[in-house]
Every structure is written in C-alpha cells, then in structure tokens.
Design a protein around this ligand. Structure first.
Ligand SMILES: Nc1ncnc2c1ncn2[C@@H]1O[C@H](COP(=O)(O)OP(=O)(O)OP(=O)(O)O)[C@@H](O)[C@H]1O
Length: 750
C-alpha cells in the first residue's frame, strides 16, 4: 500500500473546500482575530483614537493660531495653543508606541495560534487529503501565508482603520467649519472611490494566480529535490529546467501584472486626491478673496484636506497588504476547514486488547463511486495467528489492510474487532494495539533513537536498544560514529532501503503491538535482506496477530492462514499445503514464482522445470530447455529504470525473477498511461524473439528488480534445433500482441 495515494470515498477526509473571502469579510475576520486578545486589541484601538484626535487637532489649531493668536498678536493665547499641541504631540508619540507594541504582540500570537491550529488539523487528515493537496500549498500556509496575515494585522489593519476614521472625521469637520467648501469636496470625492475600481479585481486575480504559481514552483523544486537521482540518471536536467523556465515566465507575467495593478490602485487614488485638493483650494481661495472665509479657516480647511489626502495615500498602501492577507487567509481557511478523517463518534468506546478475532463482514468498498474495489469480502483473522493476504495486482489486498487499520470505513458491511464495530471504537484504542510496516518507510530527519522512539514516545533508551536488537539493526547502529544519535537525513536518505526498513521494524516492535500489519514490508529489498528481515519478523512476532499483504509467497508458507483475493473478492483461503492441494489460483501463482534462484550477489537463474511452465516452451525437449537456460542472462534494474521504451527495436525476451515492473504507453503526447504490472514469474517481450519490430509499449522497474533475459540471436539458434519451438513462440507472440493491442486501445479509450 502506498500511504500517499489512498482516496476515501466516504465521509473520511472530505477534500478541502475553497474558501473565498471578500475584502470586507476579511477585514471583519482580521478584527475578529485581533480581538481574540481583547485587552491588547482595546489598547491598540485606544492608541489609534489618540493619534486620530491629534491628527485632527493639528489642522484645527491652525485656525486659532492664525485668526486669533497671530492676527491679534496674543502671545498668551499662542503659548497656550502651542502648549496644548506639545502635550498632544507627546500623547500621540506614546500612543504610537503602544500601538506598535500591541500590534506586534497580536501579530505574533495570531501567527502562532494559526500555525498550531493548521498543524493540529493536518494530523487529522486522511490520505485522500494528502494525495489531493499539493505539498507546496500546505507548506506555503505555514510560511508566506502566515507571514502575510501577520503583516496584514500588524501594519495593514491598524493603518486601514486609522486612515478610514481619519477620512470620515476630517470630512465631517470640513462640513462643520465651512459647508460650502465641504460640498465642493464631497462632489469631487467619488473620484477617489471610483478611480481604483478598474484595477482592484485585476490586482486580486493576478495576485491569486501569482501565489498559485509560486506555490506550484515551490512544489516543483521540492519534487526535484526528491527525484534528483532520477533527474540525473535519466539526463532530465535540461527538460526540467525548461519546464521550470516556462513556469517562471508565466510567474513573471502574473507577478508583473499583480504588482502593476496593485500600484495602480494607489496611484489612481492619489491622482484623484490631487484633483480634489486643487479643486477645493481654488474654490476656497476664491471664497477667501470674496470675504466669505478667514485666512485661518482656509488654512485649517486645507490642513484637514491634506489630512484626507495623506490618509488616502496611507490607505492605498495598507490595502495591498490587506489584499495579500486576504488571499493568504483564504488558503489558510481552506486548510483549517478540511474535515478530519473519520473522527471518533461521540459514543465511541475504548477497545479492549484483541482476544478473539478481527473480521471483515460483508465488506463492500469503493474509492470512487461506480468503481467498486471490494465486492462483498468476508475474512476472519484469528487473534494470535499469522494471516497473509495474496493475489494479483489491484485485487484489493492493500485496501483490505487500510480498512482493517481504519484508514477508511466500508461502504457496506462491518470491520469487527472482537465483535466491536471499528466505527464504534475510539481511534486511539485501535492504534494502541496495532503497528504497521509499509513497503517504503519514510523516516524523520532526526536521530535513529528518535526515529525508533516514534513507536512509543515514553520508551526508555534501553527499550529502544532492545527493539533495535530484535530488528537486527543494533550492531550496525553501533558502527556509526554517533551511534543511536546519528541523524538519518531527509527521508532517511543516508541509510539503505534495508536499514530503513529495519528501523521501521524496530519502531513497530517498540510498540509491542497485539496486531502487526505488514504491507509488502520486505518486498522492495534484495533477496538476501528480504530473507533476513522475514526471519526476524517471524521470530519476534510469534505472539502477535500478524496480517501480511505480500505478493511474494516464500515467506508465508508457514502462515496459519493464506487468503487469496482476485478482483475484490476472496477466491480461496487455507494453509499453504491446503491451497497447493486445491490446485487453484494460489497453486498457479506459487508455480509462477517457483523455480528461480537468486544468489547473494543478486544474479538470477531459472530451472528447466520452470522454463517448461512458460506456455510456448512447454513442448520443448529437456535438452533444448537446458541449452536455453544456459543462454539466459541475469539483468538488474534499479527502481525507476526503464527495461525498454516504446519505439525501441526489440531484441530481448524477459522473465521477471524478482521485483515489480510496470507497463505503460504514451498517449496524447507525452502522457503516460499505465497498462499493468508485472511481478515475479511474469514474462514479456516474446515478439522480439521472432522479429526485430519496435516495442509498442514501455516497461520500467517499480522497485529494484531482477529479470532473466534471452537475446534473439541465441534464440534463433535454438529454434533452428527445434522447429516446433518457432511455431509455438510465433503463435504465442501474436496472441499476446493482440491482447496488448486491446489493452492499449482500452487505455486510449479510458
Ligand atoms: N487512493 C485510491 N484512489 C482510487 N483508487 C485506488 C486508490 N488506491 C487504490 N486504488 C485502486 O484500488 C484497486 C485495488 O488497489 P489495492 O492497492 O488495494 O490493490 P492491491 O491488491 O494491494 O495491489 P498491489 O499488489 O498492486 O499493491 C486498484 O485498482 C487501485 O488502482
């Protein structure tokens, strides 16, 4: 099971929904966030009021300074007015300090609280959420988005509120001191409101698109880091650079437009404010000349008007910060609004430790409507027994395991632990008695000791060492310079696959689970390591209930029960011997996997008897098959490496000795369309044995794989020795070519 890809179809992990927030709704939300810290927010509000009052006091004082103090040469009045201004100034400075302190504290607290909430909600999400939400988007929420909201709260919101109130109060005062001039100002005022109108929506549109592109680019960088080996070995550097370059070009365009239109909001408002001031000044000067206004009144009026101009200017600087905060808030809300996967029901009870069994009862399940995956499955896993689930690729084995681990709930039927429906149990009580080892375990970028401790957080150092010993990794850890404190690197990259898997097993063991789930836990490892780890698991899990999903049968021959699945149904079950005796699907798969030998250095060979199991070789004499087996060559393919690619001239036939490979074709340009999986015992490419036609599909290793190959040249010689062989291989090759063509056509239709 790949824990990145599962997608629940039921209530678990509803995909996060887009939360679009309008500008004014965001202002409301931002005020709400700020007033979570009531005292601090009230202090900031008070500080803003003091500053607004001072800003009004200044221009109003001009009237009295000019008309009363200066014109009447009244030094006493002048001193008093200047004194009041000085006190006001000090209060204003103190209020500014208080505002800075308050907003900085609120900003940092809101940022911390948002990150805590997002992180906590992330822990509850389903695999569906993680497979559908780009990682870079999630990471951006914790970085630039939180920063943008903090900036909006610390700088944008206070400035916006203060300037807005300043504009309204200044306007009111304009009416009080000279209504005729105020009417002129009011008539011109709509210009300020309408001037930025054409630019706002565009600034938002391109801003959002720029942010999306930016987080997409971050995702691509992240992907490059993870896949740097594939990029280098496949010589994809130029291709990736070009892809990134294209994205940057789009980003550059949208970035330019976002910045330009955002600036235009401010610029157009300023230009309109300038017109307003010139208009009012002109009319005011005429009124003053005509004797309708005193000079002091006109100066006070212009002071207030400049106040409005300055406030408008500041407002236009605050708006982009708020717009940015608003976009970020939408993304953060999307993350916060994502529904937790399968929350405990209010009546959920604590599961006691398993005594009897774990059961699937009439289980039906689909990831997507109309695509049933499990179609009525009944399985009983007795407590303390070892149970393997096997079957063809895509038969639903990992899905069964996911349901047993309650990563999803069934659409129909029940999963019961000692007859308690998992839906009626608390998640914690299920997790407490289960442990899991997956095919590719990602480790945390911390010490080996901490990685093992994740199995049980209160484990002592001695218990960690004991678990490592049981997992057969202790001696190796001791050879590292920092021993258990050695840091494993991102995703455990400084360790081999086998070492990582052993650490994952130590982690699982530390939990001392009653139930151990294994999902292809060892199949990505080389044969030698797989055998060793398999033996370790057998030895240590004797008292546990073990459920192992595997496609390799050699390690499950001693299991208490083997369940065989096909197309979402259980088709057979029993012990290894019982199933072989039945000579059904299991026996067929067993024969397919048998007859291969893999040496410690990874070289594969195949027995003559096994070669005879390949239909077109079934009629060959022992002598021909012996010759054939000697002509075969062992070839290894690292995970991700191609065996051959569509269009290449075919020259070899392959038998998979060990591993997993995928077939695909490229349809509609470069889009890869999967055709199927190949694993131990499967064979492919027989057309290449009879003629050098180009390959019609590609094959690539999914995990490190070993194949046995046969070259056409050598096969020709054998065919000369046995004419029946040529006939058999030709008819098989054409039959299978027809099957593949059909598969490709179906894939194209799909
Ligand atoms: N998250 C998902 N969303 C949609 N379909 C899925 C998802 N996970 C698995 N499937 C589909 O469900 C089917 C069963 O998958 P599952 O992984 O259970 O099979 P499997 O028997 O374990 O196969 P394999 O041996 O290849 O791992 C497959 O067709 C697969 O494509």
């Amino acid at each position: 099971m790949n824990d990145q890809t599962a997608t629940p179809k039921n209530e678990s992990g509803k995909a996060a929904e887009e939360h679009k927030v309008s500008f004014w709704a965001f202002i409301g939300q931002a005020l709400h966030l700020a007033f979570t810290y009531r005292l601090l927010a009230s202090l900031v509000a008070l500080a803003l009021l003091v500053q607004i009052a001072f800003n009004l006091l200044m221009p109003l004082s001009y009237r009295y300074i000019f008309d009363n103090a200066i014109l009447n040469k009244d030094m006493g009045l002048l001193a008093m007015l200047l004194g009041i201004l000085a006190v006001g100034f000090l209060l204003n400075a103190g209020a500014g300090l208080m505002q800075d302190y308050g907003t900085a504290t609120i900003g940092s607290r809101v940022s911390k609280s948002l990150q805590e909430k997002m992180f906590s909600n992330l822990q509850k999400q389903s695999t569906d959420f993680f497979s559908k939400t780009p990682q870079a988007d999630i990471i951006a929420c914790f970085g630039p988005d939180v920063m943008a909201i903090e900036t909006a709260l610390v700088r944008g919101l206070p400035s916006f509120c203060m300037r807005l109130v300043t504009i309204v109060t200044s306007l009111t005062l304009l009416f009080v001191i000279e209504w005729r001039l105020a009417m002129v100002a009011l008539l011109l005022m709509p210009m300020i409101a309408f001037a930025p109108k054409p630019f706002g929506p565009r600034a938002r549109k391109f801003g959002r698109s720029r942010d999306d592109l930016q987080s997409g680019n971050a995702g691509m960088v992240q992907e490059n880091l993870l896949n740097h080996l594939t990029i280098r070995t496949f010589n994809l550097s130029k291709y990736r650079e070009q892809q990134f370059g294209d994205r940057l070009t789009r980003l550059q365009e949208d970035d330019f437009k976002a910045n330009f239109f955002t600036s235009m909001i401010g610029r157009s408002t300023n230009v309109a404010a300038g017109f307003l001031q010139i208009g009012v000044l002109g009319v005011g000067a005429v009124l003053a000349v005509m004797g309708f206004l005193t000079t002091g009144l006109l100066i006070a009026f212009i002071g207030l008007l400049l106040n409005i101009g300055g406030a408008t200017d500041n407002l236009t600087q605050a708006i982009p910060l708020l717009v940015q905060g608003m976009n970020s808030y939408s993304r953060i809300q999307k993350l916060l609004g994502a529904q937790a996967a399968l929350p405990d029901s209010p009546t959920a009870k604590v599961l006691p430790a398993i005594q009897e069994n774990l059961k699937l009862q009439g289980v039906e399940f689909a990831y997507q409507p109309d695509h049933p995956i499990l179609r009525g499955v009944d399985i009983e896993i007795p407590a303390g027994k070892t149970v393997a689930i096997v079957g063809g690729s895509g038969s639903g084995k990992s899905t069964v395991l996911s349901l047993l681990m309650r990563l999803y709930d069934p659409n129909k039927g029940k999963i019961l632990l000692d007859n308690v429906d998992l839906r009626d149990a608390t998640e914690a009580s299920l997790r407490a008695q289960t442990s899991v080892v997956l095919q590719n375990t990602a480790l945390f970028d911390t010490s080996i000791a901490e990685n093992i401790r994740m199995g049980r957080l209160d484990a002592t150092d001695d218990e960690i060492v004991a678990a490592a010993k049981d997992a057969g990794i202790h001696d190796l850890i001791e050879t590292f310079p920092d021993g258990y404190q050695s840091v494993v690197g991102s995703q455990g990259g400084s360790l081999s696959g086998g070492q990582r898997q052993r650490i994952a097993i130590a982690r699982a063991l530390l939990r001392n689970p009653r139930i151990l789930f294994l999902d292809e836990a060892t199949s990505a490892l080389d044969a030698h390591t797989e055998a060793e780890i398999g033996a370790t698991l057998d030895a240590i899990s004797a008292d546990w209930t073990v459920v192992s999903v595997t496609h390799r049968f050699t390690h499950i021959t001693n299991y208490d029960l083997i369940i065989v699945m096909e197309k979402g149904l259980v088709v057979e079950s029993g012990t290894h011997e019982e199933l072989l005796a039945k000579d059904g699907r299991y026996a067929m798969l067993w024969r397919k996997q048998s007859g291969f030998t893999i040496t410690d250095d990874g070289k594969a060979s195949i027995s003559v008897e096994r070669l005879r199991g390949i239909p077109f070789l079934s009629e060959c004499s022992d002598e021909v098959l012996l010759k054939l087996s000697k002509s075969l060559v062992s070839e290894s393919f690292a995970a991700g490496k191609p065996v051959f690619e569509e269009g290449e001239p075919g020259s070899k036939f392959y038998i998979v000795a060990r591993g997993k490979l995928e077939n695909y074709v490229k349809l509609e340009g470069d889009k890869e369309t999967p055709l199927g999986m190949l694993d131990d015992g499967d064979y492919f490419g027989e057309m290449a044995l009879i003629r050098p036609v180009p390959r019609t599909w590609s094959v690539r290793a999914v995990v490190d794989s070993t194949c046995i190959s046969l070259d056409r040249q050598q096969f020709m010689e054998l065919m000369d020795a046995d004419p029946k062989l040529k006939e058999a291989v030709t008819s098989t090759a054409y039959e299978r070519a027809a099957e593949w063509t059909q598969a490709i056509m179906e894939a194209a239709d799909a």
